[in-house]
Write a protein that binds this ligand. Structure first.
Ligand SMILES: Cc1cc2nc3c(=O)[nH]c(=O)nc-3n(C[C@H](O)[C@H](O)[C@H](O)COP(=O)(O)OP(=O)(O)OC[C@H]3O[C@@H](n4cnc5c(N)ncnc54)[C@H](O)[C@@H]3O)c2cc1C
Length: 380
């Protein structure tokens, strides 16, 4: 298999690179991420520029505001953005999760209403799946949606909702039939975050910043036309969201890791490093190459079926663990300063702790890989 760019891919790559050179100012490259990006007006501006250039929703159908490009172009775009250390589009959850779920399960009215503003960074989305007593076990969600005429009345609490404090809409998994059978009693709703009865309370993370939140719903009226899929089909709709969360993120994550390995190498240049340290750095570079090839395999599945396969769980698992090791290594490389200073690597190391929890914990992902990729017997 020849993994080099085809002439057409090489041309697209060159176009992207030239566009980034012109549009991304040098002082906006290599931002450390975190909550500070929400305060910088450039982040929305940059997202809008990505959209105007056709780079937001690159693979989405043109009728929904996308560019209708092949998935391989998405991979190239991620690689070039990462190489330039460009900031991501601000609507991470909308682009990666809400949008693909609406494309798969939404009505034509929902597609017309929500997709374009999401790509254009005019509306931000959050994900209301986890609850205090339902994280990995999403089927145990208890936030109640009770049908009353033309609305669902929603009561309950979600937790760890990234970006809820700046979000306009939430993709919400609710319990619509408490007496119904497990997996058949959930309903998936699109909730207006500005509706009466929605209260967002930020939660502070180990980084000291508050990027995620609790959301409380008290008698929130959600119009029935905001339901995605049928009543009781919320589990199946949520699985589409999660497949996209883990599946299509692979290239973005690997591309980011590529940038991190590059920075780690820069950090190591000109320093006295032990053999053990050099081996550890080389190991991270090798891991990165393995992830890259696993992504190509996942890309093959995506191009054949249009749906991300379970390989995405493998990439997410290995990336999250690599990111934790790598950021720790960088701090060690910097010696005592690496622990004492309040700089870029320190922030990355602290933020990386959540990587093995968000979007499926490592234990849950190992179960998925064992059962669905390796075909081992189910644990329960
Ligand atoms: C930075 C960050 C951002 C997040 N953003 C969002 C968001 O935007 N929206 C949202 O809805 N949620 C979000 N989450 C929540 C995240 O999805 C949950 O934390 C995660 O699903 C785990 O759920 P839990 O915390 O309830 O832990 P639990 O599910 O209670 O798990 C506790 C421990 O038990 C283990 N465990 C659980 N089940 C099994 C099993 N079957 N086999 C083996 N081990 C198991 C887990 O691996 C874990 O170690 C975010 C989390 C983080 C850290």
């Amino acid at each position: 298999m020849d993994l080099r760019d085809t002439p057409e891919q090489a041309q697209f790559r060159a176009e992207v690179r030239a566009w980034i050179d012109v549009n991304l100012p040098a002082d906006k490259r290599g931002s450390r991420g975190g909550a500070q990006r929400f305060d910088d007006p450039f982040m929305r501006e940059w997202s809008k520029q990505l959209y105007a250039a056709g780079y937001a929703g690159l693979t989405w159908p043109k009728e929904y505001g996308g560019a209708g490009a092949p998935y391989s172009h998405q991979a190239l775009l991620y690689e070039e953005l990462a190489a330039a250390q460009a900031p991501p589009h601000i609507g991470v959850i909308g682009l990666g999760m809400a949008g693909p779920t609406i494309i798969a399960h939404g009505t034509s009215e929902q597609k017309a209403r929500y997709l374009q503003p999401l790509l254009a960074a005019e509306e931000i989305w959050c994900q209301g799946f986890s609850e205090p007593d339902a994280g990995s076990d999403l089927a145990a969600a208890r936030t109640r949606a009770e049908r009353k005429g033309d609305v669902y009345v929603v009561n309950g609490q979600k937790v760890w909702s990234s970006f809820a404090h700046i979000a306009d809409f939430c993709i919400l998994v609710t319990q619509s039939d408490p007496a119904g059978p497990r997996y058949r009693n959930l309903t998936y709703l699109i909730v207006d975050m500005h509706a009466p009865g929605v209260e967002v309370r930020p939660l502070r993370q180990i980084t000291g910043e508050a990027e995620f939140n609790e959301i409380f719903f008290t008698d929130v009226e959600v119009p029935v036309e905001n339901r995605l899929g049928d009543e009781g089909d919320g589990w199946a709709v949520a699985m589409t969201t999660l497949l996209h969360e883990r599946g299509t993120l692979g290239f973005a994550l690997t591309a980011t890791l590529d940038g991190m390995v590059g920075r780690l190498l820069e950090e190591a240049q000109g320093r006295e490093t032990s053999e053990l340290m050099r081996e550890a750095i080389a190991r991270e570079w090798i891991e990165l190459q393995a992830l890259r090839y696993t992504n190509y395999r996942a890309l093959g599945t995506l191009e054949r079926t249009g749906i991300p396969g379970p390989e995405g769980s493998g990439v997410k698992l290995r990336w999250s663990e690599a990111n934790q090791r790598l950021t720790k290594l960088a701090r060690e490389l910097r010696g005592p300063n690496g622990i004492l200073d309040d700089g870029w690597w320190n922030h990355q190391q602290l933020r990386s702790r959540g990587n093995t929890i968000e979007a499926g914990t490592s234990e849950v992902l190992r179960n998925i890989i064992a059962e669905r990729v390796l075909g081992l017997p189910k644990g329960r």
